[in-house]
Design a protein around this ligand. Structure first.
Ligand code: ADP
Ligand code: MG
Length: 467
């Protein structure tokens, strides 16, 4: 260690290199060589600290990280450092923690450890939460009273109430995702250091399958076992998936035993989850099970008022009443109606009057309820281009497959709330930069090629409006 310090003092510093840039480059290389879970678990939490000549210093959360990385990814790390900093490149781990005193030095040729307490800890754990879901913009009503109250109680005291797990169930578009993400966002605000992960159960399953294929199930479970709050949306996707259920069972037990908060949502109550292991169903009922029902008239009005305000449109009471009387089944449709009204009125430069409202409500109620998901987008796009759906999910590079895949990614970004990461996972585990590339490419192509633009517009109408 002393040697290293002396050596550093005597070297001329190369100020042109920025540790952030170099570490970013390293991450890029690492990402290409490990699974997403491994990357998120072991590499994403690392932060660059300093670059002294050819020595990159990085901050790791604890000693265990160093051991794990050294044991499993030693060659990769060495290669990466050599590639980015040249053959004299060195890596120094700095433990970002105050309490541990007895650190050993690693005698790896290019890696040494230095211990340095850092005053401000930062949390760069990727939670997948969308900031648009908050308690502030969640309208309370009789239909969601219990679920909302429990959600608020949990976010004051995650893992410490008897509502563990919190199991929220109800029909589509009734605010389950909104509510469980609002819990996550609120906890993050109050406890910025907590590791919160929001994930939909279908992505969880996809990740698990990927982990099996890449032999990284250990990383996968250790990632989830380390979180403070696990939010698993649409748990009904786990039905019939025995292996995923087994793994989830262990994660559940681990987290629950260490008083970590578990939040689940489902489209039906636990007992109706056919194809779900009984031991899981019984655990789902350990905490609090709360339903969300379709909103009553007053709540629908309140939601419409709130939403139209945020869209910057003001609607008369007649109009609000008309919509609230006619659209009753779910909140997503109420929102859809407002957006459609806004679009219709601005496209035709028309005031929003009762006539336009009647027509819009009519269109919405005659349209079969379509729930736009990445899967439904993939299907519609593949039908249009006559491409096999599996092909766009694989690494097929045929021209028409690539175009269909890019359009499907583009529409998934436009029409769903999924993150780039989630979208990438649906298309063969591609990373977010591939999705951004696809998005930009389609934006560009549609602006240059009117017939392609027409096709994309047609696909959008089909998906959004069922026409
Ligand atoms: P679910 O997950 O139950 O299918 P979502 O949480 O996705 O439903 O809700 C659908 C839409 O309705 C979202 O845009 C959400 O923000 C909105 N929403 C649902 N419930 C409420 C509520 N009580 N107040 C305000 N907006 C709501
Ligand atoms: Mg949902």
């Amino acid at each position: 260690m002393d040697n290293l310090k002396i050596k550093l003092k005597n070297t001329t510093r190369n100020n042109t290199l920025d540790p952030n840039k170099i570490w970013k480059e390293c991450l890029k290389l690492i990402k290409q060589n490990v699974s997403n879970i491994t990357y998120n678990t072991w590499f994403l939490p690392i932060k660059p600290y300093q670059l002294d000549n050819k020595t990159l210093k990085i901050l790791v959360p604890n000693n265990f990280f160093i051991e794990w990385i050294e044991e499993h990814y030693n060659t990769l790390i060495n290669k990466t450092i050599h590639q980015t900093l040249g053959s004299e490149g060195k890596l120094v781990y700095i433990i970002n923690e105050e309490e541990k005193e007895d650190l050993q030095l690693f005698d790896s040729p290019i890696i040494e450890i230095e211990k340095k307490p850092i005053e401000t800890e930062t949390n760069n754990f990727e939670s997948n939460l969308s900031p648009r879901y908050t308690f502030d913009n969640f309208i309370k009503g009789e239909a969601n009273q219990l679920a909302r109250a429990a959600a608020i109680a949990i976010s004051d005291n995650p893992g410490k109430t008897s509502f563990n797990p919190l199991f929220i169930y109800g029909g589509v578009g009734l605010g389950k995702t909104h509510l469980i993400q609002a819990i996550g966002n609120d906890i993050l605000k109050k406890y910025p250091q907590k590791k919160i992960i929001y994930i939909s159960a279908d992505i969880f399953t996809t990740q698990f399958v990927e982990a099996i294929q890449s032999n990284t199930v250990g990383d996968f479970s250790s990632f989830y076992n380390k979180v403070d709050v696990l939010i698993l949306d649409d748990i009904q996707f786990l039905t019939g998936r025995e292996k995923t259920q087994d793994l989830f069972f262990h994660i559940f037990n681990n987290l629950h035993q260490s008083s970590k908060q578990i939040i689940l949502s489902s489209d039906r109550p636990p007992k109706d989850l056919k194809g779900m292991n009984d031991r899981l169903i019984s655990r789902f009922q350990w905490g609090l099970t709360a339903d969300v029902q379709p909103p009553d008239f007053e709540t629908r009005i309140a939601i419409l008022k709130n939403k139209s305000n945020s869209l910057g449109i003001s609607l008369s009471n007649d109009i609000l009443d008309y919509i609230a009387y006619n659209i009753t089944s779910n909140i997503r449709e109420l929102e859809g109606c407002l957006i459609k009204l806004l679009a219709n009125s601005s496209l035709n430069s028309k005031e929003i009057d009762l006539e336009l409202v009647r027509r819009t409500v009519q269109e919405i109620s005659t349209r079969r309820e379509t729930n736009i998901s990445i899967d439904s987008i993939t299907k519609v796009v593949c039908d249009e281009f006559d491409v096999d759906e599996n092909k766009v999910r694989e690494k097929n590079r045929k021209k028409e497959v690539v175009l269909a895949r890019q359009i499907a990614m583009y529409l998934s970004k436009k029409l769903t709330k999924s993150s780039l990461k989630t979208i990438g996972l649906h298309f063969g585990g591609r990373d977010h930069s591939t999705v951004i590339h696809a998005f930009n490419n389609i934006e560009k192509l549609t602006s240059e090629d009117t017939s392609l633009n027409d096709v994309v517009r047609k696909l959008r109408n089909k998906l959004e409006l069922g026409i």
